[in-house]
Structures are given as structure tokens and as C-alpha cells.
Design a protein around this ligand. Sequence first.
Ligand code: NAP
Length: 309
Amino acid sequence: MKNTDFDLVIIGGGPAGLTAGLYAARARMNAVMIEKVVPGGQVLTTDWIENYPGFPEGLSGGDLVVKLTEQVKRFNLNIENGNVVSLDFSGDIKKIELSDRTVTTKAVIIATGASPRKLGVPGEERFIGKGVSFCGTCDAPFFKDRVVAAVGGGDTAVQESLYLTKFAKKVYLIHRRDELRATKILQERAFANDKIEFVWDSVITDIEGGLMSVEKVAVKNVKTDETKKLDVDGCFVWVGINPNTAFVKGAVKVDESGFIITDASMETSVQGVFAIGDVRNTPLRQIVTAAGDGAIASFSAEHYIENIG
Ligand code: NAP
């Protein structure tokens, strides 16, 4: 094969990408990790992690990222800033177009994660940064002794609502069904927390307020069609995630929700291209599984590169 800039390009620096980078650096591969701003990804918005093995006391998302970054730097992983805009996998040499340059490589690992999904109701866009938020760790302290709405029934909504109760005097947790999807231990804590009031079988239909802040959310009961307005100072939206794949544009196969399809070696529909972590079609999205994906993908990429010579 002709010369390429790199043997392996890892796109994205969350726990999945950082772990892939750790294994690539230790395998002494000619690898680079390209990250938009700073390594970390969504885990930076997680206030406390207590299910990552080896940390019995738990640790903050920020601390885990610091430790992971220190670890990859110890093995001299090459990290560059860049914004990937498109991919060209038509030939043996893979081309990655960044906003300011093009790099060529033999193998690619896509680890660009996911972003919070929006509700798509009136008022949501208008009040982003003025009471509507997707990040408890970032914004919960602004709601000291205030009343807030939180939407969703998954791990994020329940874990982050618990975090919100450290600041807010009341959290309405609004969920479209009468049963939570979140892990049982989180459910137990939420049910035992006096500051959380559940609003079951309900969806937010409108977010209202003045010039600078949220004042009310309109809530509809999906079983009875009854509507009511809740007086709140903020609204946190935690209704799932969308994969960060805008730049992929058909370069590899994705599922009906846009998550990249891989096999057990993390390889996508294109040989030598791998996908890991939250951007991948996977039954479990955890930091530990993202890290596991990263180790497997790096190992697979190393073997792919050896085989193509
Ligand atoms: P999720 O598991 O997909 O849950 C999304 C929640 O939002 C569901 O309860 C869903 O309701 C609800 N929902 C979806 N669309 C909605 C809409 N348009 N209006 C109202 N409600 C809507 O998403 P997530 O909680 O963000 O978690 C993402 C992934 O990260 C998951 O795999 C999760 O396990 C993982 N995660 C893990 C932890 C942890 O281990 N501590 C923490 C955070 C995230 P239904 O239940 O009715 O579908």
C-alpha cells in the first residue's frame, strides 16, 4: 500500500476514543486521535460515576477524563485538534477531510459519541441557556432553591434529577409512561427523595417564560389528555441521545436511528473502519463498554494493518 499520513486515525476523544488511543500508543502504532476541542466527550457532563470498576468510592466525570488523558499522554499518544467534515472510504487509502486539511490513513476508528436529543416543543430552542438545559453538571448550581422540571425516564434523567436535588428545592420528573427505564438502584434513590415529584404518563407540550427566563411548562397527560401548567424556573431535557454522525454521510452502514453498525470486532460495513462507544449500535451504553469497545477496535485495527501489509 502507498504511504499514508497515519496507520490509524481515531476520530473523537471520549472514553472510547481515549481507550483506543491508549492501546494504539502501547502497540507503537503510527496513530493520531483527532478531537474537536478537548478530550472527554459526554462523560464530562456526568457529575458522579459509581459503576466504573476499580473506583469503589466513585469519581466525577471530570476526574475520570483527567486520569484517562494523563494515561494516554504517558504513552505519547499523538492528539490533534480538528473538525472532521467528511470521509472518503472509496479506495484502500482512507481519506479524512477536516475543515482545514485532509489526512490519509490505513485504518479509522470512529468514536464521536452522541449528543442529547431535543424535545422539539415550542419554547425549547428559545430558552436554551435561559432555563432550558441538557446538562445538570453544568447548570444545576444556577437553580439553588428554585423549582425545576426534568423530562425523561432513563438513566440520565434519573441520575441527573438526583443531582439537581442538591440545589433545587423541588424537581418535577416528567415521564411519558408510568414506569422508569433507569437502572433499579437509581429508581430506588429517586423514589426515596422527597424533593422529586413524579409526573407520570405526561409530556411537555410548551415551555413558556419572559424575556430572559423560563416560568412555566405546559404538561399533557397522554392517557387522559388533561393539560396543566407547572410553575418552574428551569427545564432539563434528558430524553435520549442522537449519534454524532453528520460527517459520516453514508460512508458506513447505520441503523434506523443513525447509530453505526459493527460486528464483534467493532468493524463497520467498510473493512479497516471501526466504530466504538455511544456512536455504535450497541445494547449497552456505559463508560466501561465504551472502554471495552476501544480496546477491541484498536486490536482489530492493528491486525487489519498487519494483514494489508
Ligand atoms: P435513554 O435510555 O434512551 O432514555 C431516554 C428516556 O427519555 C426514556 O425514558 C424515554 O421514554 C424518554 N423519551 C424519549 N423520547 C422522548 C420524548 N420525545 N418525550 C418524552 N420522553 C422521551 O437515554 P439516556 O437516559 O440519555 O441514556 C442514554 C444511554 O446512556 C443509555 O444507554 C443509558 O443507560 C446510558 N447512561 C448510563 C448511565 C449510568 O450507567 N449511570 C448514566 C447516563 C446514561 P421511554 O422510557 O418511554 O422510552
